[in-house]
Ligand binder design. Sequence first.
Ligand code: SAH
Ligand code: SF4
Length: 379
Amino acid sequence: MAITPIHTQNKTDLLALTLPQLQQWLVESGEAGFRAKQIYNWLYQQLTPDFSLMTNLPQVLRTQLAAEASIGPMIVRSEMHSKDDRTRKILLELADGKLIESVLMLYPPLGENSARATVCVSTQAGCAFGCTFCATGQMGFDRHLSAGEIVAQVLYFARELRATPWTATGLPGSTPIDHITNIVLMGMGEPLHNYANVMQTLRILNSPEGFNLGARHMTVSTVGLVPAIRKLSQEPLQVNLAISLHAPTDELRGQTMPVNRKYPLRELLAACQEYIATTRRQVTFEYVLLAGVNDTPGYAHLLGELLAPLAQYAHVNCIPVNATSADYHTPGPEAIRTFRDILFEHGVSNSVRAERGDDIAAACGQLRTRFEKRNASKQ
Ligand code: SAH
Ligand code: SF4
């Protein structure tokens, strides 16, 4: 499908273009196509934010680019670092004034594994799916983000790490990390609702001539849009898939996730099975633990029974809820332990996501909500 680049003040956002599209755009503007590779190198390998610094381009071209093109225009309205500096969050203002959030999560090297720097990006301003525990879901839907607006979030943190590599405190011998190793589409919005722009983003970031991030280092998280999951399984670019499950029965899931009324569990699980059969890849099932709601031993058994047929192809990520309203509470360590042990009894592999960034409102949508409330109270 052809992707129309977004034009801000009549400028073409180059971050929305794949390399062949950039080439085509240059040729249509009367320029030599080979400049595209040079520009791609400046954008994604040198991480240059400004055309005037692209010194191997002729001066006339640099001036023309500055007049006709842009590099992900957006304003950083606030940047917060957690006390341990392992979580950083930015609030970005898009060209039309919409606000979105992106998060950088830094992980020190563990055992054999090297350090990781993961960017969690937004794919929409707001979200149309209204999950009851999610701050973004409570805002409603504003609009889809363009591929350029998603790519720009990654480049922001890539530049920050390039300028100041991060070393885990207390691990003086570890190599500083100066580049992004992973991206997760787990910020504001539903990635598969913005399918074309999301796939375009992944292709751009995957390009060996550009950012060169492997598909295995990208994760798409979905609320469970069945037709889009099927489509994703047919894509040549095989990224990781995470399904926001959060309940093992239609009754409970329908209460917290309205989407379940459209795509009930039976259909969702059938699509996952198809995805696994086609790709032979493991699927992660995210399970936000809501104390007293979905974290009881009874629900753990039901979840185990639901996923046991997928055997080693299912992994559950237990996520203690980041409470965004008075309605939900984070379970204590014992409830989490019991829940996980029951899953193990059913042979379902699982892990628990370490809470992070509490002091900077790290759950998706929380920072924007807080920012808007503060501004409203000032008026
Ligand atoms: N819309 C997509 C991706 C964005 S949300 C999806 O729903 O999968 C990314 C993950 O954060 C989802 O698993 C979502 O359920 C979870 N999430 C939302 N609100 C949360 C909260 N308050 N605490 C913990 N996780 C939350
Ligand atoms: Fe949207 Fe995902 Fe939040 Fe649900 S959890 S409201 S799908 S962003």
